[in-house]
Each structure stands twice: as structure tokens, then as C-alpha cells.
Design a protein around this ligand. Structure first.
Ligand SMILES: Nc1ncnc2c1ncn2[C@@H]1O[C@H](COP(=O)(O)OP(=O)(O)O)[C@@H](O)[C@H]1O
Ligand SMILES: [Mg+2]
Length: 297
């Protein structure tokens, strides 16, 4: 039996009339499923962590346990969980900053064993070089005199809305501006995934909201796969198209919630509030409620 493949990769079978037996139809469906698995939805990031433990005062403490997660290209995953549940540890493992765990991380089919430009990382505090200007900080180890680099830096300065501040030094920037420089610096390396660890946690509410929109604008334009960790439920629902709720002790995924709301989102709509409420009630189901206190909910 001949199976054709359309140019878009979708398989088409023989006309139904030509399928004489149930067995043949079964064979076709089986074949389509198998090929579909290979050619169908691509996976940008595969996380498989059996266990991550730390030595704490001479005792082994399991911090993360049995985390299995696949993230499709261009997805925006937000990860929410109480303070101390292992969010930063998880992100560091994905970034290749911590390889002392039992499991594996793959980005676009290649395993992560060390930090690299495939994994951009944005920390809560911006970590800019104080002696370099905005554009020099973005270029960092790349040569700003190279016209190709300069052109990309200029483009990113536009995207993160820093036009006019190219020559400013970090001491002249607000917290929000500094974080935008850090985001531009990560994006210049064209990462396959951008990892953000509570990137707006230290900013005031107004700046935070503004930067959330800047980030969504970047995501829309660059289609970069994003994993953003936060302890702010509003932020997680506003940004993500997939949301993972972590529970503590040991940290693992309590619930995955897809968020099908169209962008740009409006926090005041009943749909937004309904999802927010759902996330909150799932959050409350995570066993260790003492952890939820003071976690921004
Ligand atoms: N380097 C380390 N050594 C020992 N324990 C650590 C270390 N880093 C993190 N931990 C512990 O692991 C747990 C998770 O930490 P972390 O990933 O920073 O949590 P979160 O980012 O969710 O607040 C905490 O109990 C923390 O004390
Ligand atoms: Mg953290």
C-alpha cells in the first residue's frame, strides 16, 4: 500500500474505497501515528529530572523529584511555585549551570551539559557591567565595530525600547531599563530558549507591567521559546500560554494548565479572572500551605 506525503508533511492515505480490510486501515493509522510522532509537533526543550539533591548541613535533601516536561518551539511556559520549592534550581539545571543531578535536559535534540549561548538566562538582578554603556553591555564580548553586530544591537535597542539611551551607563538607568538591557544582551545571542528567573521581581508594579508587555512584544516578534519563573499568579497568567504549578518538598509539577486566552490579554475580563482563580485554587491544593504565605498571592 502506498502512502503519500503532502508537501506540508501531512500524510494522506489511499481513498477509503481502496482500503479493503480493517487491518489495512489499522496499519495506515499506525503508520501515520508513528511518522506523526517523528514529523509532527517538534519539541524545543525536554526536561527529565529524576532527582536533584543538595547537601544541607551534612544531610542529603531532595529538592526536585520526577520532573518530566516537554516544551514546544515558540511556547511561553510560566512556572509558578512557592518560595523555596526549587524554581531557580530547575532553571539553572535547564541552563546548564548545574549538572549535578540525575536526569537529562535536551534543547532541540541536543543534550545540555554546560552553559552556552543556546540557553539565554535573565536573573532577577540585571548583572550589567558598570563600566560599559548600554550598547556595549548588549554587545559584551562581541565587537560593536562589526557592522553586523552593530545593526543587530540597534535593532534590539529598538525592540526593548531604549532608543536614545545607547550611550548611557548602568548607574544612569532605572531598574526597568537595566533589565531591558539584560534582555537585549541575551537576545543578541539568539538563544534557542530564554530562561527568566523572576526577572521583574525587584521592580515596582508599574514598571513590572510595562516590562511584561515588552517581553510579550519580543516573544511575538522573535518567537523565542520562553520559560519564565515567577511567584506572581497574575504575571504567570498574563504571560504564559502554558503554566506549570510546582509544589514544594520535594519540588515537582503539581499541575499543568494551558492558557488559551488570546494576546494581548486584559486582566479585567471574566475569562482572565476565571483562569486566575483556577490557578489560585490549584496552588492552594499544594500540600505545604505554610509556603504560600508571603509568596505574592
Ligand atoms: N547551593 C545550594 N546548597 C544547598 N541548598 C540549596 C542550594 N541552592 C538551593 N538550595 C535549597 O534548595 C531549595 C530550593 O531553592 P530554590 O531553587 O532557590 O527555590 P526557589 O527559587 O523556588 O525559591 C531551598 O530549600 C534552598 O534552600
Ligand atoms: Mg528562586
Amino acid at each position: 500500500m502506498i502512502f503519500k506525503q503532502k508537501t506540508n508533511g501531512q500524510l494522506i492515505g489511499p481513498p477509503k474505497a481502496l482500503i479493503s480490510t480493517r487491518t489495512e486501515m489499522g496499519a495506515f493509522l499506525f503508520f501515520r501515528r508513528r511518522v506523526g510522532r517523528k514529523r509532527g509537533i517538534k519539541v524545543a526543550v525536554t526536561i527529565s529530572i529524576k532527582e536533584k539533591a543538595f547537601d544541607q548541613e551534612g544531610r542529603k535533601t531532595t529538592v526536585l523529584e520526577n520532573i518530566q516536561l516537554s516544551i514546544a518551539p515558540g511556547e511561553f511556559l510560566t512556572v509558578i511555585g512557592p518560595s523555596g520549592c526549587g524554581k531557580s534550581t530547575l532553571l539553572k539545571i535547564i541552563a546548564g549551570l548545574d549538572s549535578d543531578y540525575d536526569g537529562s535536559i535536551e534543547i532541540n535534540g541536543r543534550s545540555v551539559t554546560a552553559p552556552g549561548i543556546r540557553q539565554g538566562f535573565i536573573f532577577q538582578e540585571h548583572r550589567l557591567f558598570p563600566w560599559l554603556t548600554v550598547e556595549q553591555n548588549i554587545a559584551a564580548d562581541l565587537n560593536l565595530k562589526d557592522p553586523k553586530v552593530k545593526q543587530k544591537v540597534d535593532e534590539l535597542i529598538g525592540i526593548v525600547r531604549l532608543k536614545g539611551s545607547e550611550k548611557a551607563y548602568p548607574r544612569e538607568l532605572s531598574g526597568g531599563m537595566s533589565q531591558r538591557v539584560a534582555i537585549a544582551r541575551a537576545l543578541l545571542r539568539e538563544p534557542e530558549v530564554l530562561l527568566l528567573d523572576e526577572p521583574f521581581g525587584a521592580l515596582d508594579a508599574f514598571t513590572r507591567k510595562h516590562l511584561q508587555d515588552v517581553l510579550l512584544d519580543i516573544w511575538r516578534r522573535k518567537k523565542t521559546t520562553m520559560i519564565l519563573v515567577t511567584h506572581d499568579i497574575d504575571e504567570s497568567v498574563y504571560l504564559g500560554n502554558e503554566l506549570a504549578i510546582l509544589k514544594a518538598k520535594p519540588g515537582n509539577i503539581h499541575k499543568l494548565i494551558p492558557i488559551h486566552l488570546a494576546y494581548p490579554r486584559n486582566r479585567t475580563t471574566p475569562d482572565f479572572q476565571a483562569i486566575r482563580q483556577k490557578v489560585l485554587s490549584e496552588f492552594e491544593k499544594t500540600e505545604d500551605l505554610e509556603y504560600a504565605e508571603g509568596s505574592g498571592i
